[in-house]
Structure formats: structure tokens, C-alpha cells
Design a protein. Structure first.
Length: 159
């Protein structure tokens, strides 16, 4: 017998990831020493805001989602909670501590790369749960997060 859970919960988790990502990028942009660095991080803050809006709309479209066949509701909820708990932006204040200590651009970029990778993983798991009609939306978000990771890597090489 198939089990279902409220899809809005996972979409709302994605909204929270994007909200925290935007706050991180704005904080780093405001601490930037050069206008170029400030503009670089403001671009990423804008991308996070865009994704936040997209996931808010997704949450409204989704109904109950079927769990993977290998999982019970409790198992999958625990797995998703573990993904969030270990996400760089949700790790018990670690991101905030590192942001405060990030005295240079390369440290901030490395932290950003870490949470972009965590976000990609979360979205890939989320894709397994959404209806086929929503998979292209998640493919687009994953593609954009991968592009962000590449941009950050390129900037790190110059920092």
C-alpha cells in the first residue's frame, strides 16, 4: 500500500534553504571590500530570491506525494530531516559562525560552494517525490545551482 505525505512540507523546506542562502549572500555582499565582489554576491542573492519565489509557487501546486517504495513515512521524514540538519545553512549556527569569521573572499566562496552542493543534493531528492509534471521545474533549479557552483569555483580560482 502506497504511503503519502504533505508535499508542501518539502517545498517549504526548499523555500527556507533559498531564504537562508539569500541572507548569506547579502551578508557577504555587505561585507565585501570591493564593488566587484559586492556585485558578485548580490547576483547570487538575487538568484536565491528568484528560487524562493519559484518554490513558494510549487508548494501551492503540490498535493500529497507518494513516498518511494523502499520507505515508510517515518523513514523518509527522518532522511529528509537529516539532509536539512546537515545542510551547511542549517547546521546549528555553523554557517553564521563561519560567515562572521570569513575575513576573506575565498572563505566566503568555499562556504557558498558547500551550501550550493547541499542544495543540489536536496533538490535531487525532492525530484524523486514530485509528480512528473514538476520534474522539469526541479531539473531547471538543479541546473541553475550547478551553474552557481561553477561560477563560484571560477571566482575562487581568482581570489
Amino acid at each position: 500500500m502506497a504511503q503519502f505525505f504533505n508535499a508542501a512540507e518539502i517545498a517549504n523546506a526548499a523555500v527556507e534553504i533559498e531564504t537562508r542562502g539569500q541572507a548569506f549572500y547579502l551578508r557577504v555582499a555587505n561585507a565585501a571590500k570591493s564593488q566587484e565582489t559586492k556585485a558578485f554576491f548580490e547576483y547570487f542573492a538575487g538568484e536565491e530570491a528568484k528560487h524562493k519565489g519559484l518554490f513558494e509557487a510549487l508548494a501551492k501546486r503540490l498535493g500529497p506525494m507518494e513516498l518511494p517504495a523502499w520507505s515508510t513515512k517515518e523513514e523518509y521524514a527522518d532522511y529528509l530531516a537529516a539532509l536539512l540538519d546537515t545542510h551547511a545553512l542549517f547546521s546549528g549556527g555553523l554557517a553564521e559562525k563561519l560567515m562572521t569569521e570569513a575575513a576573506d573572499e575565498s572563505t566566503a566562496i568555499r562556504l557558498a560552494m558547500s551550501f550550493e552542493k547541499d542544495t543540489i543534493l536536496f533538490f535531487m531528492e525532492m525530484k524523486e517525490l514530485v509528480p512528473d509534471s514538476e520534474k522539469p521545474f526541479l531539473d531547471l533549479c538543479i541546473h541553475e545551482e550547478r551553474a552557481h557552483l561553477k561560477m563560484l569555483r571560477g571566482r575562487l580560482a581568482k581570489a
